[in-house]
Design a protein around this ligand. Structure first.
Ligand SMILES: C[S@@+](CC[C@H](N)C(=O)[O-])C[C@H]1O[C@@H](n2cnc3c(N)ncnc32)[C@H](O)[C@@H]1O
Length: 308
């Protein structure tokens, strides 16, 4: 590392990430835009704590912004692009985004009307979402997301959400917060698709940020919910990323350090950062891991202190 200072990005101590967005991305000119809008959703694997670095490595100018593995889409809400495509294969998540875009206030009120006790949580979790109208269905999703263990999304074989209630869960965002996210989403087209279909029309001048789930050795049959990527998916992903680059898009990928992916993406710029990782819930059981950020084109700005 150039300056000898090595920093771990995570919650010890909690870093402040509120003001960096003023210098990156093509964003709307409204005054509210100078402040990062935190996402409505908590998301396992969220890159929230890497936002200062990811935003710093993002191009200043681009045509459209694509985020095909959206999750909580925290980079999107940080850089607030003028034109965006947000996609994820998780239907429930994307349906909730759609309601956030169309009916932010009704969604906020419906979610806030739900009780916060443990009993309430499990009663709400038991409700079959297919019996609910779209706003209540999305409100249930937001509610479970904000109160479950670590923002996990996991379903059983029948597609039923089965994450237990968290002991240290976040509260629901305010109605104003829902509304700010709604305003940011107005620039976005939402796609409930496999990432490859979401990026199919990305090309010259576009900026694509991809944050796929870490690979596992098993295929995703649904019992582990969404977010399971196999070794085969990783090879397909690397191939698609290369094609995207060849079409003239600027591409940025964040992923756990992985020599196989590196070999499949020769010529990309790599930055490595240290992050706290672990789903164990207990801070004491979290470990430091190396995360890499791969960039297809030379970045405009590199925050050297944050980079190994
Ligand atoms: C690591 S998370 C993204 C986290 C996000 N960057 C954030 O900060 O919240 C990966 C996301 O990819 C989605 N996903 C998994 N497989 C996918 C696929 N084949 N196509 C599109 N999205 C997929 C998961 O549903 C999950 O939301």
């Amino acid at each position: 590392m150039a300056d000898g200072s090595r920093r771990v990005h995570g919650s010890r101590p909690r870093s402040t990430t509120a003001s960096f967005a003023t210098s990156v991305g093509t964003r709307s000119k409204s005054p509210a835009d100078s402040v990062w809008t935190p996402p409505v959703f908590r998301w396992a694997g969220s890159k929230r704590r890497l936002i200062p670095i990811l935003a710093g490595l993002s191009p200043e100018q681009f045509r459209r912004y694509y985020e095909p593995f959206a999750g909580s889409a925290c980079l999107f809400f940080a850089i607030r692009p003028h034109r965006a495509v947000i996609g994820d294969v998780n239907r429930d998540l994307m349906q909730a985004y759609e309601m956030l875009l169309k009916h932010p206030r009704s969604l906020a009120r419906a979610a806030q009307a739900l009780g916060a006790s443990g009993e309430d949580y499990y009663a709400i979790r038991r409700i079959d979402p297919q019996t609910l109208d779209p706003i209540d269905k999305a409100a249930r999703f937001v509610y479970l997301n904000r109160h479950c263990f670590n923002g996990l999304y996991r379903t059983d074989r029948l597609g039923r959400f089965n994450v237990p209630r968290g002991s240290n869960m976040g509260s629901l965002p305010s109605e104003g917060h829902f509304y700010r996210c709604h305003v940011a989403l107005r620039s976005a087209e939402l796609r409930t698709l496999d990432y490859a279909e979401t990026i199919a029309d990305a090309g010259e001048g576009d900026f694509v940020y991809m944050d796929p789930p870490y690979k596992t050795t098993r295929r995703n049959h649904g019992e582990y919910g969404y977010g399971v990527f196999s070794v085969l998916d990783l090879a397909r992903f690397a191939n698609d990323a290369q094609e995207l680059r060849a079409r003239g898009a600027s591409v940025m990928i964040s992923y756990a350090e992985d020599t196989r992916l590196l070999r499949m993406l020769p010529g990309w710029t790599r930055k490595t950062v240290l992050v706290w990782r672990g789903m164990a819930g207990s801070p004491a059981r979290r470990t430091v891991a190396r995360e890499m950020i791969l960039i297809s084109n030379a970045p405009v700005q590199v925050r050297r202190k944050a980079i190994l």
